[in-house]
Design a protein around this ligand. Structure first.
Ligand SMILES: NC(=O)c1ccc[n+]([C@@H]2O[C@H](COP(=O)([O-])OP(=O)(O)OC[C@H]3O[C@@H](n4cnc5c(N)ncnc54)[C@H](O)[C@@H]3O)[C@@H](O)[C@H]2O)c1
Length: 275
């Protein structure tokens, strides 16, 4: 049997790719999903644009990459602000050239149902989680169409597909919207060689759970909240940021050349419990 370039033995590589990660910082010290994805992309050879509104955490991600000998730079702005988005992508392109992969990572939301969610919080989640995706897509699609290739990776949540036991309305509806937005992109631009897929994380142990998710559990300590989250998952543990980063790396790479318009659940089996 002859070996071809399409052999499955070809190792995962992102060499010569520029990847823009919107939300590449972290809500606290440690490994967020965006930070782990940035480092993973760089380890696979990509030039990484670490974009975030939080300068210190974005610079920390860039430092971690550079300390390993990787290539990255920091771009500071609000991905929900139209002028900031235009500037962020212009700066990134000036630094590293055309964006090959957009990883849209940002996600916010406050707990509450229809009766206690403030309208401004509902609108804010829509703006940061969904409208920002429209703004970012407009920045990368023209170049991707011209190149005849490109990939978009969006980050939803199991909460965008199932009710996880507590009201989190503004977050859940925007995470559902992210999935459908991505499916629409995939269908419209498949003929242009552009792929778009959503990663659907389950319950992931990132620094953010210390100041947001822990509040959703009645347990008093963060450790108790962690244990409660782990107990829900068929595989018996929360996911790590690296579990999500690995899935993103696959979707960003040519190993996923025939994958578009789909959702990759990385949830330890959680979603299946509710099917
Ligand atoms: N942690 C989980 O259990 C979990 C589960 C499912 C889905 N997710 C999703 O995964 C993604 C990453 O989660 P994480 O836990 O690593 O969160 P995180 O809060 O640590 O990371 C998000 C980053 O986005 C940045 N950001 C937020 N709003 C921004 C804005 N308007 N402009 C620029 N930057 C902005 C934050 O500063 C932060 O650095 C989110 O979309 C989240 O909804 C997380």
């Amino acid at each position: 049997m002859t070996t071809t370039a399409a052999s499955p033995a070809v190792p995962l590589s992102l060499a010569n790719r520029t990847i823009f990660v919107a939300g590449g910082g972290s809500a606290g010290p440690g490994w967020s999903i965006g930070r782990a994805a940035c480092v993973t992309y760089a380890r696979l050879g990509a030039r990484v644009c670490v974009a975030d509104r939080d300068r210190a955490s974005a610079e920390e991600t860039t430092r971690l990459i550079r300390d390993e000998g990787g290539t990255a730079d920091t771009f500071i702005g609000d991905v929900a602000d139209e002028a900031d988005v235009a500037r962020l992508f212009a700066e990134a392109k000036a630094r590293f050239g055309v964006i090959d992969v957009l990883h849209h990572n940002v996600g916010i939301g406050k707990t509450g149902g229809p009766l206690d969610t403030k309208l401004e919080d509902f609108d804010q989640a829509q703006s940061v989680n969904v409208r920002s995706l429209l703004l970012a897509s407009r920045q990368v699609l023209p170049d991707m169409i011209e190149q005849g290739r490109g990939a978009l990776i969006t980050i939803s949540s199991v909460a965008g597909m199932r009710y996880l036991g507590y009201p989190h309305l503004s977050y859940c509806v925007t995470k559902a919207a992210v999935i459908q937005f991505t499916r629409m992109l995939a269908q419209q631009y498949a003929a242009n060689g552009i792929r778009a897929n959503t990663v659907v994380p389950g319950l992931i142990d990132t620094p953010r759970i210390a100041n947001t998710v822990a509040k959703m559990f009645s347990e008093t300590s963060l450790d108790d909240a962690r244990t409660a989250r782990a107990r829900q998952v068929p595989l018996g543990r929360m996911g790590t940021a690296w579990d999500i980063a690995n899935a993103c790396a696959f979707l960003a790479s040519d190993a996923a050349a025939y994958v578009t318009g789909t959702e990759l659940l990385v949830d330890g089996g959680l979603t299946g419990k509710f099917s």
